[in-house]
Design a protein around this ligand. Sequence first.
Ligand code: ACO
Length: 469
Amino acid sequence: PDNVGILAIEVYFPSSFVDQDKLEDFDGVSKGKYTKGLGQEQMGFCHDNEDINSLCLTVVARLMEKNHINYTEIGRLEVGTETIIDKSKSVKSVLMQLFDDSGNYDVEGVDTSNACYGGTSALFNAVSWVESSAWDGRFALVVCGDIAVYASGNARCTGGAGAIAMLVGPSAPLVIESGLRASYMRHAYDFYKPDLTSEYPIVDGKLSVQSYITALDNCYQTFCQKASKKLKTKSFNLSHMDFMMFHSPYCKLVQKSLARIVLNDFVRKELQNYPEEDQSGFDHLSNIKDVSLEDSVFDKNIEKAFMAASERLFSAKTKQSLLLSRRVGNMYTPSLYSCLASLLISTSLNDLPGKRIGLFSYGSGLAASMFSIRVTDQIGLPEVSGLPKVTGHPTFTLHSLVSGLLDINHRLEQRTQIEPEEFTAVLECREKHHTASNYSPTATPELLFPGTFHLTLVDNKFRRTYQRK
Ligand code: ACO
C-alpha cells in the first residue's frame, strides 16, 4: 500500500483546568514564572473519576463515531502510555470492550511504554503493520493517553492530561514519509516512575532538559544526513521543513528547541543555504565564532542570540502548533500529536497541501525520534452532489481530517475553571486513593463533557467499571 499515514485524528482533554497565573500566586513563585518563563496559560487535569482507561475509551469511541467507522474495520490497535494502573493488563485490552457489539476480536497490538515516547512507537508500529506482509487490509488505530501529575513543588505546573486517537491506513492525507526517520536512545535517570504506589515521577528537571536538548541535537543531525541522502539534495536544513513541531513539556522549551535547530544549522554552516527572507535577523550572529553543541546546552548568551535570530521562523513554522500545549499542558504521549492537531486547525487549509511537517518526539529515560509527515496535495473537499453516501464511510481527505478537529476551540472554551485550592485538593484525593480497592470516585460526572467515559467503581478485586455520560 502507498502513502501510509494518518487518516483521522481525535483529541480528548479534560473539562477542568486551572489557570497558571492564579497558580503562580497560589504557589508563591515570582510573578510570570509559569506564564512567561515557561509559556503556559492553563493546565488541564482529571478528577478522581477519570483514569487512563476512561480517557482512552472516550477518545476511541469519539473517533469511531465521528468518522462512521465500524469496529470490524480495525485490525490493529495499540496504545502508547506511561500512566500505569496495572502492571499486567494493558489499556488496549480494556478498550476491547468497545468491540463487543461488533464481535471483532481479531485485533493485533498491545501497549507500549517509555515516558512521553510510547505514542510515537505505537504510530511507527502501526505504519509498519500496514506496510507489511501481515497487513489484512483493515485500519490500524493508535491511541496515546496520559495523566501527567507531579508532586507539589516546581514541576507541578508542567502537568496536563489528555488522549489522542489516530486512524492509520493507506492513501492518507498525512503521509508518514518513509525512510525519513532518525532516533537517539540512551540510558538516563532524568524522569522515571519507580514507585508503583504513586502517580508521580521522580524528576531531575535540569537533567531532563539537558537530555531533551541533546536528543534533539542528535536526532536532527542524523535526520539531516539521512534526508539529504534519501532526497538526493546537497544539503538539508530547517528550510526543508515547512513546519516544525516538538514534544512540548512547556511551550518555552519548544521555542528554545526551534532556536536550537537554527543553532545546529549554524554549526553545520547551513544558514547561508536558507532562503534569503529567512536570513533576516541572522546578521548579529556573525560575531559568534566556535560553538560546541555539547557545551552550549545551558549557555544563556548563545540561547538568547539564537532565540532572537529565530523568532520569525518560530512564528512561521512552530508557534501555531502550541495551542493545546499552552492551554492544556503536557499531556505526555499525546503532547506531540496535540501539536499536530493544533497546527492543522490554526493554519489555513489552503496553506497545508504539499507541505512537509517535521516532528520531534522525546520520552525521558530516554527515547527520541525525529520524523516527517508530508501533507497530501489535495484538500479533497466533499462532493457537493447532495446525494447521500449509500455504502461505507467517505474517503479520508485533508478536509475531512481537519474538519473533524474544528470543535477543539469550542471545547477549550466550554471547560470549567477550578481554583488552585480545589485543584490541589483533587490531586491530594487522587494521591490518597491511587491504589485503593473498593473505591467509588468522589467526583460526580457533572463537569464532564457529554460522551465522556468515567470510572464508577474499583471493586474489592481492583476491577474497574466505567459508564458513559
Ligand atoms: N518572569 C519571567 N520568567 C521567569 C520568572 C518570572 N517571574 N521566574 C522564572 N522565570 C523563568 C526562568 O528564568 C526560567 O527561564 P529559562 O529556562 O529560560 O532560564 C524559567 O522561568 C523556569 O524557571 P526555573 O527556575 O528554571 O524553573 P524550575 O527550576 O523551578 O523548574 C522545570 C522548571 C525544570 C521545567 C520544572 O518545572 C520541571 O522539573 N518540570 C518537569 C520536567 C520537564 O518537563 N522536563 C522537560 C523534558 S522531559 C518531559 O517531557 C517530562
